[in-house]
Each structure stands twice: as structure tokens, then as C-alpha cells.
Design a protein around this ligand. Structure first.
Ligand SMILES: [Zn+2]
Length: 219
């Protein structure tokens, strides 16, 4: 077993099985379990590292991301004027809405749209919102910052089974001249990009932590 010195903090030997914590693991400790001293080995820093790892999910980044999704452009226009963009991929999502009490009335869609069953309208609207968020999430995962040529369709009228499916399809694109969206939206989309990058970075650190802790039998 190679002896490569001692840990400056706990003075225990550093060898094949006990190493100084690498930079990425120290980054986790700095962010989630700050210490006075970051010259830590797997023996004296293992506990702190574990504590830090359990806090990754509570970084708060996800909750910062959700409201920013409202600024994500979701357009029915096939070619928005002034946009310079690169198409990325086709995206599709759907949600199923239970019409619930609507079926009990046996109302037709036209009656409902006439305002006789507002709860039905609320369910449809919520379904469309939920579907939009899913579509946006999918587009973001594909590296897009906008969806164009969006179409929304609805099948079923709440009759048989009381279920209505809301489907959305569109083309996820990378908009290059974000300034066409106006300053406030452009800033939101930039923030969204930063937060997503930060989240991806944390996910990568989590994976690196898992590999590191297995390798050095920390957990
Ligand atoms: Zn140590």
C-alpha cells in the first residue's frame, strides 16, 4: 500500500484507500456543509461530505426555476417574425383530465362552453397549464429555449369514462436573438438558463459523489 503522506487536518496516513478529498467533493462541502478548513481526507471529511450530499436536493434551484418557466415562449406561430432560430426537435405531451361532476350532468360540450359547468372549464384550463409545463420541461431538456408551431388538441367530451385528453405538439427551437422577446423576458430566459446549468452541475456532482463514496467505501 503506497504511503503518500499524512492528512494535514487529522494527521492520519494517506494511502490507496484514504485520500485527500478532491476539488469537486470539497465544492459540495463548501456549498452544503461549510467548514473552517477544507484540507480534508476521506477519514476526517467523509462525514461532512455525506451531510453535504444529503442537502443537494434542497439547493432551492428547482423552486427558482418553476416561476421562470412562465416566460418560456410557447407560440402557435410557425415562423415568428424576426426570430433567428435553429430547430431542435419535435415535442409532444398530453395530460388526461377527469371531467368528474361534469359527467353527472350529462351536459354537452357546447352547453359547458356556454357557462353551465364552469368547473369543467377550470379543469380544462388547468389541464392545458399542466400540459404546457410538461412540454416546456421537455423542450428545456432538449436544449431549447422556445417552442413554436404549437398546436393544442382535445379529445373526448367527458362523456364515456369522463376523461378528456389534452395534447400539445410543437417544435422546440433554440432562439438565437433573444432580444426579440423584449428585455424582461430575455432576462428571465437568461436566468432560466443559468439556473438549469447550475442544476445540471449539481446533478453531475451528485453522480461524482456517488462514484467517489463507493470507491472509498464512505457509505
Ligand atoms: Zn483527515
Amino acid at each position: 500500500m503506497a504511503d503518500t503522506g499524512r492528512c494535514p487536518t487529522c494527521n492520519k496516513p494517506i494511502d490507496d484507500k484514504h485520500v485527500m478529498l478532491p476539488e469537486n467533493m470539497i465544492e459540495l462541502i463548501k456549498r452544503f456543509a461549510p467548514a473552517d478548513n477544507y484540507a480534508l481526507c476521506t477519514r476526517c471529511g467523509g462525514g461532512k461530505l455525506y451531510t453535504a450530499s444529503t442537502r443537494i436536493s434542497f439547493s432551492g434551484i428547482d423552486t427558482d426555476i418553476e416561476p421562470l418557466k412562465a416566460s418560456f415562449p410557447l407560440l402557435t406561430l410557425p415562423i415568428p417574425p424576426g426570430w433567428e432560430y435553429d430547430p431542435i426537435t419535435f415535442v409532444a405531451e398530453n395530460v388526461v383530465v377527469g371531467a368528474g361532476s361534469f359527467t353527472a350532468f350529462g351536459a354537452s360540450v357546447s352547453e359547458v362552453f356556454g357557462g353551465e359547468a364552469p368547473e369543467f372549464m377550470i379543469k380544462i384550463r388547468k389541464g392545458i397549464e399542466a400540459c404546457s409545463v410538461r412540454l416546456i420541461t421537455k423542450a428545456i431538456e432538449a436544449g431549447a429555449n422556445a417552442v413554436i408551431d404549437l398546436s393544442i388538441n382535445q379529445s373526448g367530451n367527458g362523456g364515456a369514462g369522463g376523461l378528456i385528453m389534452i395534447g400539445m405538439t410543437g417544435t422546440a427551437v433554440r432562439l438565437n436573438n433573444l432580444e426579440v422577446l423584449g428585455e424582461s423576458r430575455m432576462n428571465d430566459l437568461r436566468k432560466l438558463k443559468e439556473k438549469l446549468d447550475a442544476l445540471n452541475h449539481l446533478e453531475a456532482l451528485r453522480t461524482e459523489y456517488q462514484a467517489f463514496s463507493r470507491q472509498y467505501k464512505l457509505i
